[in-house]
Ligand binder design. Sequence first.
Ligand SMILES: NC(=O)C1=CN([C@@H]2O[C@H](COP(=O)(O)OP(=O)(O)OC[C@H]3O[C@@H](n4cnc5c(N)ncnc54)[C@H](OP(=O)(O)O)[C@@H]3O)[C@@H](O)[C@H]2O)C=CC1
Ligand SMILES: O=C(O)[C@@H]1CCC=N1
Length: 268
Amino acid sequence: MNKKIGFIGCGKMGEAMLEGMLHAEVISPEGIMVSTASAETKTKITTKYNVKGTLDNKEVAGFADFLFLGIQPAMHKQVLEEVKNHVKEDAVIITMAAGITVSLVENSFEKRVKVVRTMPNTPSLVGEGMTAMCINDEITDADIENVTALLNSFGKTEILHEDLMDAVPAISGSSPAYVYMFIEALADGGVRDGIPRKQAYRMAAQAVMGAAKMVLETERHPAALKDDVCTPGGSTISAVAALEENQLRSSILQAMKACTDKTKGFSK
Ligand SMILES: NC(=O)C1=CN([C@@H]2O[C@H](COP(=O)(O)OP(=O)(O)OC[C@H]3O[C@@H](n4cnc5c(N)ncnc54)[C@H](OP(=O)(O)O)[C@@H]3O)[C@@H](O)[C@H]2O)C=CC1
Ligand SMILES: O=C(O)[C@@H]1CCC=N1
């Protein structure tokens, strides 16, 4: 892509997107500039990826055609105030923060600006990200094409109405954390039964990835896929019954509600 990409803030999420884009070769390192709060992170990112780096957010704003904001939700007003007069004419501003609305970005400017609100996740680092996005009225078809090309370079993208964006962390932005807990627990169970820990992690992760792929590729109902694993009178149904007794599904739903409630708080 013959466009310039900027990241204001390049921590866990920004770096995952940056690495995903570079790995997919949708953009070359010289087309990317990052700004960070600390010289330490700047040096880490510029050395690792050979991209341009600065501690001056205004410099990135003046460089980027697609400006990703990889900062914490609470930093947005301050950083947008800092860069608002430096953002390029026609640049697309792309948020990734939980709860940060399109209007919060629009209202930081005294002119109309192009805004894309996204909610990605860290598996973008390995090209298996899931990003939800919504756009404002200034975004053109060509912008959508460019932004989805960038986002699709490190995973899948779904376009949603903004009303649904606060629900996205719970299902795909934050959910890798719950899945890692599940994998860790599966591996602990294997280790308890004598399986060496390294093999236990590989076996648990592959089982989770395989199950996810079954849902995506067969498009069968997850319950039907579960039924196929439960041999009558077999071991799996005993495990399923124990999970039901311990309210696995209810626990997940409660966790997701906590996540969404917290996200909604960021918009206030
Ligand atoms: N982590 C995740 O899985 C996901 C995170 N997000 C969103 O991504 C955003 C970042 O989260 P995450 O990557 O986890 O957080 P991190 O703390 O890892 O990264 C924050 C980055 O912002 C930089 N930063 C802080 N203040 C400034 C500033 N004033 N100017 C420029 N850069 C600044 C930090 O620099 P330094 O390193 O030098 O301190 C760091 O690089 C959040 O809004 C979050 O909601 C969205 C989806 C998933
Ligand atoms: O924990 C957070 O707030 C961010 C949003 C989604 C994942 N991490």
